[in-house]
Design a binder for this molecule. Structure first.
Ligand code: DP6
Length: 299
């Protein structure tokens, strides 16, 4: 059956940066994100015995290299469904891929949903987040609407490392995330390779692990109480801490461009002038600005 599914990107307010199990994609820490309604991937999957090989087309371009191990993810789904057919995957995003705008998150989430349905498997949301997680960690959160937490979990088999919504999309409709596009070019170091190198080499990694639970509590409480300042300040500090890990990785991972720093400085200055806004940045140069809807236009 040919099935189309859509999923939206999510931007983490408390970041995931490091795995405790690379095969199953089990994180070192829990993370919290917001699923964004403006950044969307629509993916169509068709398993058919007429196909001789798997093909993946993203934004009209056929993938030559299996970047996020998409075929590995399909194999996982084929195994669950006990089928051998090859698939054709056609995916469209309305934003640049691989530039730190979480394209792999919405991509893997939409792929998992479309491919499981196409292969005849039905799963509940929790099971879907676990399966999606094995394709790409942050993608597990894109299965969930609104604000989502991806639990670190403690079990070796990953059965307790799933994502769930902590506040639905109607909980805080004034919350905005503005994405700036500093560059659309692909980044040189993938999140996957970068975080593995950080866990191995950054002398600050234990400091990250020791302080991340506090960030999680602040952000989760702030979301619950709709306390903009608490969420914004904690998200910004957590993002800077993650970039400090990147900078202290050997060899250093520097995702920022001059314009990244310009936007950081602008956001900080606007805040000093009384315009409430905060920034967050993922594994790329593009800055996301967090603000309330009443200030969206001005920012
Ligand atoms: C900086 O989820 O892309 O965006 O699990 O190896 O596929 P893999 O990594 P990925 O890493 C995302 C890292 C991040 C932070 C975050 O989204 O929490």
């Amino acid at each position: 059956m040919k099935v189309t599914a859509s999923a939206n990107a999510n931007i983490a307010l408390v970041k995931y940066w490091g795995k405790r199990n690379e095969q199953l994609i089990l994180p070192q820490n829990s993370s919290i994100s917001m699923t964004c309604d403006g950044l969307r991937t629509v993916t169509t999957v068709e398993f058919s015995d007429n196909y001789k090989k798997d093909t993946v087309v993203i934004n009209d371009e056929e993938l030559k290299k299996d970047e996020k191990n998409i075929i590995g993810h399909l194999d996982r789904i084929r195994k669950l469904a006990r089928i051998k057919s090859k698939a054709r995957i056609v995916s469209e995003t309305n934003f640049p891929v691989a530039a730190g705008l979480a394209s792999s998150a919405s991509g893997l989430a939409a792929l998992t949903l479309a491919a499981t349905r196409s292969a005849g498997i039905t799963m509940d949301e929790k099971e879907l987040t676990i399966l999606t997680r094995m394709g790409s960690g942050s993608a597990a959160r894109s299965v969930c609407e609104g604000f989502a937490i991806w639990h670190r979990g403690n079990k070796e088999d990953g059965s307790d490392s799933f994502a769930e919504t902590i506040a639905g999309k109607n909980h805080w409709p004034e919350f905005r995330m503005i994405t700036t596009i500093v560059t659309e070019s692909k980044k040189k170091v993938s999140s996957r390779a970068g975080m593995a190198q950080t866990v191995k080499t950054s002398p600050y990694y234990n400091g990250w692990l020791d302080s991340v639970d506090d960030d999680l509590t602040k952000v989760a409480d702030g979301i619950k109480r709709k306390d903009f300042q608490t969420v914004g300040l904690a998200a910004e500090a957590n993002c800077l801490k993650m970039h400090a890990l990147m900078l202290t990785t050997k060899p250093a991972i520097i995702y920022w461009h001059p314009a990244t720093v310009e936007i950081i400085r602008a956001v900080t200055q606007w805040r000093e002038e009384g315009l409430p806004c905060y920034f967050t940045i993922d594994a790329g140069p593009n800055v996301k600005v967090i603000c309330a809807s009443m200030n969206e236009k001005e920012i």
